[in-house]
Design a protein around this ligand. Structure first.
Ligand code: HT7
Ligand code: ZN
Length: 877
């Protein structure tokens, strides 16, 4: 396949300042007429052909220039392109292209397709070319006017981007609507929705006093499930005005929920399209995690209006320009709406679980890649999550005030443009007067940097020295790395638990509690330190690095109780837990029985009962590192079965040590009163459910979990109990009863049935391969719906360590078969599932051989899509 390279970027020879689209919708034969005002750039030779991109099964029926149909010899059309060789000598002309499509046959869910009878579109990254031949590249911005025609009975609702202009009846029971979007936009932000949907409406008055009409469109009968999303939208609009000065710019803002969608949602200008999983919620059907996700994704897509839409990407190499920045903005929004510390810890856990393995394996790439074969495969944790961390570091380096000035300058300078990461960084350089060239390596260089840190205290000289050495491991096609600028936040915690205010006398620039690591080695010396402090490192997770710190357990225990930085305090306890889990794993492999240090068990109890800490925080602290987290920290030659056994042994030991305390706290946390999805209530449920996890490991655990299940008045508690029953008491009468009750109750609700699939896909042990195979034949399952597929096969392959990595390779076989089936219809989904084996080289040799076999089987299949071929070949390289 073709490799696209950043250095090959060239501006387009032609521009399309205006686009007028007419859609005559019908499931099997939709007619699209695209009337494009084309402009040849100055200095471009008039003989230069105009090459428009196309894709997929689309039939070209007419091409006309300035109203005159072109003769056959004046253009050449293939599936991938339409090349027009005979053009007027004038720089501006009109090009009319008519194509025909069959949305009902489109199972790739890119371009124009049907979901549950609703016409909808997905154009990012390169889906618009499946609708019309076009200059489908993000630096070609056009003002769109869209006319939609359809049968009124089939599609009473006709939506597109921008503001509504006109609507009316047509003969034969058909009708039309015209939409106009005054903001020039790239084709990837185009959207159309037509169908029969219910709606909830509201409005928002912007900071300059304009009223914006808001609508959320959902399946009829589901309207009451959209109120939480509407509330999140209004809070997002207000927050973006207050925190970033960003005001909404159209008269309407619409969101449509559809049930077949490859990703979470899409930020089309004025018409966001959402996976219904991220819109619909009530206490009966959604967990607290679902509510938090809805809030975050509604905000994320809304925030794109400025970071992505008003200012967009010059090319797809710059994807992080909009995604990393918008994730940073949605993280900050959630931190302000909820608990900042809890949010930060959750973000770090996600980053470590998804981005670190990517950065440390064969699919590693820079936040701004320089090469790609298939752009769809670059919607990654690195571009999104590490991209967000890089923006956070810019704020850490410059300070909050200068950061905001930089954002203001970026908005002012680039509104209406398609720009690059260099443009973004330049705004911050200009407001701060700083040189960010070394910092920019965070965008250009792949791999997770490591900081090796040790410290020493000289009582006589009253000096404390921190020695730091940075290294960046080699990654594919980048064997030699340059030294990075790493902002390392730290604290020196005195014996009284208070931070020592200390200034470094030499070794590095230290400002506002941050050591600026720029060289390979730093020896940072602090003087006037009266007593040996405990060193608190990477406070707030100021940099996305790994640390190898030679810190003793005594210091970690001290920090886990006293660190004033809540993130670092959580980290200290988490490090102690991880060390205990890895130690248990090693003991098991050596034929010994794992043991838990009594003081660690007691500390777990102390944290559980510490009412000075938020309940959500205590719940996160008590959540043991997952099997994949432990495996990642072990690093190589992993035996997932031993990891599972070690983790279970430590969990049982913690539960035994704290049995009485956990039981009484569990009883005390019993919720009373009406349900609320707010952060404090969710935190209470989270803590109670973590306690249930531990207590269910003790005698009578299945009975306790079943009572929890039956007593539950919301989905969070019900799903938590079902998970415990299915995962810990697999096959017990209690588990069987609860699974059946859940299935009966929610059989008609696909999004809730996804939880049922997901929980069963995660059951540890070798038998789960067979149960997943059986569940794939369940009437509620389908490989054509991405949510179903992710819930069952996605969970099994990316979140079930013992099931998927079954030693005989049967898990990999099921995975490969499913991928090959799915890829015929939906290559993008298949490629996503295929990333589950990205860390295969960390496994033990027997599993590595089986994993390689499965990957080779896919690679050897004929006619693979570019999406899947790219992932599998890079994984094997
Ligand atoms: N910007 C959106 C990306 C997206 C997408 C990309 C490829 C294929 C399908 C897709 N659906 C949505 C989502 C976002 O980050 O906001
Ligand atoms: Zn986004």
């Amino acid at each position: 396949g073709q490799v696209f390279k950043l250095e090959d970027y060239r501006p387009s020879d032609y521009l399309i300042p205006e686009t007028v689209l007419t859609f005559r919708l019908s499931p099997e034969n939709t007619i699209v007429v695209a009337r494009l005002s084309v402009e040849r750039r100055e200095a471009v030779d008039p003989s230069t052909p105009l090459v428009l991109a196309g894709d997929g099964p689309m039939r070209l029926t007419r091409v006309a220039v300035d109203g005159r149909p072109l003769a056959e010899q004046d253009y050449a059309a293939t599936q991938e392109s339409l090349t027009i060789t005979r053009l007027p000598s004038a720089r501006r002309f009109t090009l009319e292209i008519e194509t025909q499509l069959a949305p009902a046959q489109n199972e790739a869910l890119m371009g124009l397709y049907r979901s549950n009878g609703v016409y909808c579109t997905q154009c990012e990254a390169e889906g618009f070319r499946r609708i019309a031949y076009f200059l489908d590249r993000p630096d070609v911005l056009s003002v769109y006017t869209v006319r939609i025609e359809a049968l009124r009975s089939d599609a009473p609702l006709l939506l597109s981007n921008g503001n509504p202009v006109e609507s009316g009846d047509l003969p034969g029971g058909r009708h039309y609507a015209i939409w106009h979007d005054p903001f020039p936009k790239p084709s990837y932000l185009f959207a159309l929705v037509a169908g029969d949907l219910g709606v909830i409406r509201d409005s928002f008055v912007t900071m300059s006093g304009r009223t914006v009409e808001l609508g959320i469109y959902v399946e009829h009968g589901k309207e009451r499930l959209a109120h939480y999303a509407m509330d999140a939208l209004k809070r997002s609009m207000k927050w973006d005005e207050e925190v970033f000065g960003c005001e909404y710019d159209l008269d309407v803002f619409n969101i449509v929920a559809v049930s077949d969608f490859n990703m979470g949602a899409m930020e089309n200008k004025g018409l966001n399209i959402f996976n219904d999983k991220y819109v619909l919620a009530d206490q009966e059907t959604a967990t607290d995690a679902d509510f938090a996700n809805i809030e975050a994704i509604i905000a994320h897509e809304y925030f794109h209006n400025w970071t992505g839409n008003r200012i967009t990407c010059r090319d797809w190499f710059q994807l992080c320009l909009k995604e990393g920045l918008t994730v940073f903005r949605d993280h900050e929004f959630s931190a302000d709406q909820r608990s900042r510390a809890v949010k930060r810890i959750a973000e770090v856990r996600t980053l470590r679980a998804h981005q670190f393995p990517e950065d440390q394996g064969p699919l590693a790439h820079p936040v701004r890649p320089r090469r790609y074969r298939e752009i769809n495969n670059f919607y990654t944790a690195t571009v999104y999550e590490k991209g967000s961390e890089v923006v956070r570091m810019i704020r850490t380096v410059l300070g909050a005030e200068t950061f905001r000035q930089g954002m203001d300058l970026y908005f002012l300078r680039h509104d209406g443009q398609a720009v690059t990461i260099e443009d973004f960084l330049k705004a911050f350089e200009d407001v701060s007067g700083r040189d960010l060239s070394q910092f920019a390596l965070w965008y250009h260089q792949a791999g997770t940097p490591n900081l090796a840190v040790s410290s020493s205290y000289d009582a006589a000289a009253r000096e404390f020295v921190i020695d730091i050495e940075q290294s960046v491991p080699p990654t594919p096609s980048e064997s030699r790395k340059r030294l990075m600028h790493i902002p390392l936040a730290f604290g020196l915690v005195g014996p009284d638990g208070k931070d020592i205010v200390a200034t470094a006398v030499e070794g590095a620039t230290v400002e506002g509690g941050v050591i600026h690591v720029r060289k390979r080695q730093h020896s940072v010396r602090f003087s006037g330190i009266e007593a040996r402090p405990a060193l608190s490192l990477n406070r707030g997770f100021s940099a996305p690095v790994t640390l190898s710190a030679t810190q003793g357990d005594d210091d970690l225990f001290f920090l886990a109780s006293h660190d004033s930085d809540e993130y670092a305090r959580w980290q200290a306890f988490n490090t102690l837990l991880t060390d205990a889990l890895i130690n248990a794993y090693r003991l098991l492999l050596g034929g010994k029985t794992p043991v838990l240090a009594p003081r660690l068990g007691r500390l777990a109890g102390k944290i559980a009962g510490d009412t000075s800490l938020e309940e959500a925080y205590r719940a996160l602290a008590l959540t043991l590192p997952g099997e994949a987290d432990i495996a990642r920290d072990i690093g190589k030659n992993i035996d997932p079965d031993a990891v599972f056994t070690a983790r279970r042994a430590i969990a049982v030991a913690i539960a035994r040590e704290n049995k009485e305390m956990f039981s009484s706290l569990y009883r005390d946390l019993h919720a009373e009163g009406a349900f609320s999805p707010d952060a404090a209530s969710a935190g209470r449920r989270a803590l109670r459910n973590v306690l249930l996890d531990f207590l269910s490991l003790l005698d009578g655990g299945a009975g306790l979990a079943l009572s929890h299940f039956h007593a539950a008045t919301n989905m969070t508690d019900r799903a938590a109990a079902l998970t415990v029953l299915a995962h810990v008491h697999h096959g017990s009468p209690q588990a069987v009863e609860a699974l059946a009750a859940f299935e009966k109750r929610y059989a008609a609700d696909p999004l809730v049935m996804d939880k049922w699939f997901q929980i069963q896909a995660g059951v540890p042990g070798p038998q789960t391969v067979e149960s997943v195979r059986a569940l794939m034949r369940h009437p509620a399952f389908s490989t054509t719906n991405p949510n179903r597929l992710r819930a069952l096969v996605g969970t099994f392959s990316s979140a079930n360590q013992t099931g998927f990595h079954r030693a005989d390779g049967e898990g990999y076989r099921l995975w490969a078969e499913t991928i090959l089936e799915v890829e015929k219809r939906n290559p993008q989904m298949a490629a996503r599932l295929a990333t589950a084996l990205r860390s295969w080289r960390s496994l033990d040799p027997q599993r590595q051989a089986k994993a390689r076999e499965a990957l080779l089987r896919i690679a050897a299949t004929g006619n693979l899509s570019a999406d899947l071929k790219d992932i599998v070949e890079r994984t094997l390289a």
